[in-house]
Structure formats: C-alpha cells, structure tokens
Design a protein around this ligand. Structure first.
Ligand code: BDR
Ligand code: CA
Length: 311
C-alpha cells in the first residue's frame, strides 16, 4: 500500500532533492506540494517546486502557493546558502505546468478533511507557517493527520542561522510552537542528524555517474550549496538536510532517536527559535516528538542514489 504525503517546502536545493526522492519512490503518493516562503520568497519557492516536478517528469503533481511571510514576523531568507534563485548551481527551464489556484492552506485543510482520517502524512521541509495556519483555521484537522515528519531544530549542534536556532524553526517560531503543541505525532530530523549525512565528493560523483539528467542536476546543486557549509564547518561535505525526511518514510531502520519533550523558544531575543529538547529527560514535561539523532549515512545515500537513478 502506498503512503499518502503532502510535502510542504521552500526549495532550496536540498528541498528539491527531497521532492525528487519522493517522486521517484513508488511507496509514496504525493497528494500535493505546498510552498512556503523560507530559503527564498514565495514567488521563487512556488516556481522552483514546479521546475523540480518537471525535471522529474511529473508535471501532473499539484503545486500550491501558501504563506508569503511568517505568522508574526518579517521573513528571513537564506540566499547566502542557496543563491539568489534558491536553486543556484544549475539552470532549469521555466516551468510549463500551472500553479494551482487554491491557497496551500486551504488545500491542506480540504485534503485532510476529505481523505480518511489518519491516512495523510505531512512532510514539512521549511518554516512551519502553512501547517500552523491550517491548524489555526481548522483545528479539527489535527486529529486527522497520520503524522508529521519534518526537518528542523537542533540540540547538540545548536544553531545554523543564529548560535541557538536552526533556520526552519527560527524563521517562524510561533508557527513551530503551534505545531509542536498540536498533539499530532511528530518526528523531526534536526541538525544533529543531518550533519551526519554529508554529501562528500564521492557521493556527488555517484550522482553524476548515474548518467541521467537528474543525476547531473543534483550533482550541480550539491556542488553549489556545499561551498557554504564546507567553508563554515571545515567538513568534507555539506549536510543534505531535507531528503532525510523522505528517507525516513522509506527506510526508518536507517535512523534512531528518542521520543522526548521538545518546546520552542519564542520570547527570547537571544535564543528565539531554539528547539529546547529534553534529550536527557531532566524535566517532567510530556514527550511530544521523536527527535532523531543518528542516521546510517551510507545506507541513506545508497537509497537516495538508487532512487534518483529511476528518474
Ligand atoms: C534547513 O534550512 C534550509 O536552508 C534547508 O532547506 C533546510 O530545510 C536547514 O536548516
Ligand atoms: Ca528547506
């Protein structure tokens, strides 16, 4: 049986690879892609998502534009990592497929209400604005989501956009707070995990050696956005954050983590957007999320490469 998912995203090269991985995987049925402002503004994320669907040969996928800005704050973007377009590194043709008319938040609500309860998984790969707004507008959908598997947060690795906060949570901490208090089952892929899935030179070479257009493009993207993290961390490769969400849906045995309490700092100017994770169980706060900590990087990249070869 296939698993129904909605990918909520701000592409971003790593978001793009996550979308490709999902579209290459017969175990998953992508009901729609909802775009949000994040790495770059909404006009670009909703354009990029369609370019990626067309690259995958899937112009039939429904792509929706959602929120242009976080719930309560001005947008913070990450062109310093992803380039001006969000997908710098390879130029893709302008998409022919249309953007859907409906707002992403309405699509989320309508889909969760019309599909059988407990049958749709949400996969947020950017700031949580669309998901939080949907929960605010339609609190009944919380009980209908199968689970949320998201990329965001950090504990031992602390921040990548501030010393304390990971980008997706930092951009819209109020939205993240709504999601983490929603009672929905949450699994998160924090920096602690994604920093163990580095795109080394050998792994980029394996993408390039696939011999298809997708392999060339993914190698071009990873070459581009790697330069930032390699310089920053002095590591042999950069993390490929967002595909770890889809990887977990396909092969959860490659991952391990802890079911713990995770709360979002929204008030402090210094640590806003921090995921305060009770990894050591030092509070009596109820667990609300599975916080992943380890990944079998070899297994993950083997899976990713094998799937991209199918496109
Ligand atoms: C996250 O922020 C974005 O830059 C990436 O696409 C990823 O979702 C990593 O902190
Ligand atoms: Ca992202």
């Amino acid at each position: 049986m296939t698993r129904k998912i909605i990918i909520d995203t701000d592409p971003g090269q790593d978001d793009a690879v996550a979308i490709l991985l999902a579209l290459a995987s017969p175990e998953l049925e992508v009901l729609g892609i909802t775009c949000v402002a994040g790495n770059v503004p909404l006009a670009l994320t909703s354009l990029n998502a369609r370019k990626v669907c067309e690259l995958a040969g899937r112009p039939d996928v429904k792509v929706f534009a959602g929120c242009e800005a976080p719930l309560m704050r001005p947008l913070v973007t990450a062109e310093h990592v992803h380039g001006k377009t969000g997908l710098d590194g390879v130029e893709l043709p302008a998409p022919q497929m249309p953007l859907q008319q409906a707002h992403a938040v309405d699509f989320l609500i309508e889909t969760l209400r019309s599909e059988p309860a407990g049958s749709v998984t949400l996969c947020p790969l950017g700031p949580l604005t669309n998901i939080a707004l949907a929960l605010r507008k339609a609190p009944d959908i919380a009980g209908r989501v199968q689970e949320i598997v998201l990329m965001g947060g950090a504990y031992f690795e602390v921040g990548n956009i501030t010393p304390a906060a990971e980008f997706n949570i930092y951009v819209d901490p109020e939205a993240a707070d709504i999601v983490f208090r929603s009672g929905i089952s949450i699994t998160l892929m924090p920096l602690d995990l994604t920093h163990k899935a580095l795109v080394t030179a050998g792994r980029v070479a394996a993408f390039r050696a696939l011999g298809n257009r997708v392999g060339e493009v993914v190698a071009g993207w990873t070459d581009f956005f790697e330069r930032f993290d390699k310089a920053k961390y002095g590591s042999e490769g950069a993390p490929l954050h967002d595909p770890t969400v889809i990887g977990w849906l396909l092969a959860p045995g490659l991952y391990s983590g802890r079911h713990i309490n995770v709360e979002i700092e929204t008030r402090s100017d210094l640590t806003r957007g921090m995921t305060v994770a009770d990894w050591w169980g030092v509070t009596a706060r109820a667990p609300n999320a599975t916080f992943m900590g380890e990944i079998d990087a070899e297994g993950f990249f083997a899976l990713l490469t094998e799937r991209l070869a199918r496109l």
